[in-house]
Design a protein around this ligand. Structure first.
Ligand code: UN1
Length: 481
């Protein structure tokens, strides 16, 4: 990719130049390279987008669900066809490896296809009535104009898993993606328009927080689905509560991998490496804490540190690269700031920890794959750094290990490595998370099953699978006599 792509807004079916300030996305590997360039949406553009979504609502909601689904299925085909090109663009704009980028684009297609087939599934429920000659039906209706606000780290998959269910259940959408990844947002919107989505059903407004705030406070927005930082998610939830509209917010994680003495060590090493360092650790489901039991701790931590040190860090579009940069200079500084605090709190660095001083790795927003060991609690144990940093602790036994895994205000995901069925069952019962992996890494999600966190990781109904319907529809209980 050499030339910067044009950054445009999609409002009422028209691709247009935003009325706001100039904006651009850059390649985090080589930040002097501009990936997409144009203007942000102005506040007036957000108003127009919401108005267009409101106008489109009745027609779209009344269309048979199979017809709405057909648009998503056609969009899935467009996304899939473009996966090699868009995956490379994703790697260039976001910084994950091309293989991960292509995988993510294919996953977006899979999600569109899952919801594209929603018309073939159960649409409601029927109950018996205590009164003769009556049945009670529970039917589903769209909520209205939905605001979708998405993060940088999955620039096409997360938008797909919010927008696809929103649309198939008959809502219309105004979408604000993270301003660091506008190109991939434009690609998903292009796929849906090419697939025949009627004008106004999906509107794309690209910009910084004023765009998001206008959307969140807009009186015609009936629900908000958000994924991103805990601080922003809580602000959005407070604003939505003040207006009385529902929110679905996926926020922080500080996910633990627990490796017990009886684990398959090779498998655990492979999976912990993937969980901690894929996408440079920038997943809310990434493994950022590790708990190892004493019997294997020395060996496991030594081997893990060797693997982290040997990880190939570089340009994510090179085939040999295993880890690319983080998204921005601010993110990079924040991660190194967290590491600085850790060092002042007696944390031992086992791998990484130091900035890069020369070449591409110093030019781009790179952070060395880092493993630290703690003997007591330190900030790095509880604060989400959203980067390639793993904080490890030792536990005497499985009970202590599970207690340490639970020692977080968050509860998004966890991974437990054991070959003992009894311990696996114990983990299922005692580890308080929304997503639990036994013998696989802490990240990952499938379109047909619920995704989301326990404790402070999320608010509102979960995402994906049938859970998405809880958020994107409301029920009408019909007494039919
Ligand atoms: C995954 O683990 O593959 O923002 C998906 C995030 C999560 C999605 C994780 N909402 O990282």
């Amino acid at each position: 990719m050499t030339e910067a792509k044009e950054l445009r807004q999609l409002i009422a079916g028209q691709w247009c130049t935003g009325g706001g300030d100039p904006m651009r996305s850059v390649n985090p590997t080589k930040p002097t390279i501009v990936v997409a360039e144009g203007n942000c949406a102005a506040i007036a553009d957000v108003d127009s987008a919401v108005a267009a979504a409101a106008v489109a609502l009745t027609g779209w909601a009344r269309m048979p669900i199979h017809q709405r689904g057909a648009v998503l299925l056609a969009a899935a085909a467009v996304v899939e066809r473009n996966a090699p090109v868009w995956g490379l663009e994703l790697a260039t704009e976001e910084g994950k490896t091309t293989a991960e980028g292509i995988g993510e684009v294919q996953r977006a297609a899979q999600i569109l296809r899952y919801y594209g087939n929603e018309g073939d599934r159960q649409a409601g429920e029927i109950f018996a009535s205590p009164r003769a000659g009556e049945q009670i039906l529970v039917t589903r209706k769209p909520i209205g104009v939905v605001a979708v606000i998405t993060p940088f780290n999955f620039p096409i998959a997360i938008p797909a898993w919010k927008i696809a269910p929103a649309l198939v259940y008959g809502n219309t959408v105004v979408w604000k993606p993270a301003s660091t990844v506008p190109l991939l947002a434009i690609r998903l919107a292009e796929a849906l328009t090419e697939a025949g989505l009627p004008p106004g059903v999906l509107n794309l407004v690209i910009g910084d927080s004023p765009v998001g705030e206008t959307l969140v406070d807009h009186l015609d927005v009936a629900a908000i689905s958000f994924t991103g930082s805990t601080a922003v998610g809580r602000r959005i939830a407070a604003a939505a509560a003040a207006r009385g509209v529902p929110v679905q917010a996926e926020m922080g994680g500080k996910n633990a991998a627990v490796v017990l003495d009886d684990a398959d060590i090779e498998l655990a090493l492979d999976q912990v490496m993937l969980g901690a360092f894929r996408s440079a650790g920038q997943k809310c489901t990434a493994t950022s804490r590790l708990v190892v039991t004493e019997g294997i701790a020395d060996r496991f931590l030594a081997e893990l540190a060797d693997r982290a040190t040997a990880l190939v860090v570089g340009d994510p579009t090179d085939d040999a690269t295993q880890m690319g940069p983080v998204i921005t200079g601010a993110a990079q500084r924040n991660i190194y700031g967290g590491l600085g605090t850790a060092m002042s709190q007696d944390v031992e660095v086992l791998a990484g920890g130091e900035p890069y001083f020369k070449g591409l790795l110093a030019e781009g927003f790179f952070v060395a794959p880092t493993v630290v060991e703690l003997t007591t609690a330190a900030d790095i144990w509880s604060e989400e750094l959203f980067g390639p940093v793993l904080a490890a602790r030792r536990a005497a036994d499985a009970d202590e290990a599970f207690a340490l895994a639970n020692d977080s205000e968050f509860g998004l995901s966890a991974a437990v490595f054991t070959q003992d069925l009894g311990r696996a069952l114990h983990a299922i019962e005692h580890i308080d998370v929304g997503v639990l992996h036994i013998n696989s890494e802490s990240a990952g999600a499938d379109p047909h099953v619920p995704f989301g966190g326990a404790k402070r990781s999320g608010l509102g109904p979960k995402e994906q699978g049938t859970a998405a319907r809880e958020f994107f529809t409301h029920t009408t209980t019909v007494y039919l006599r």
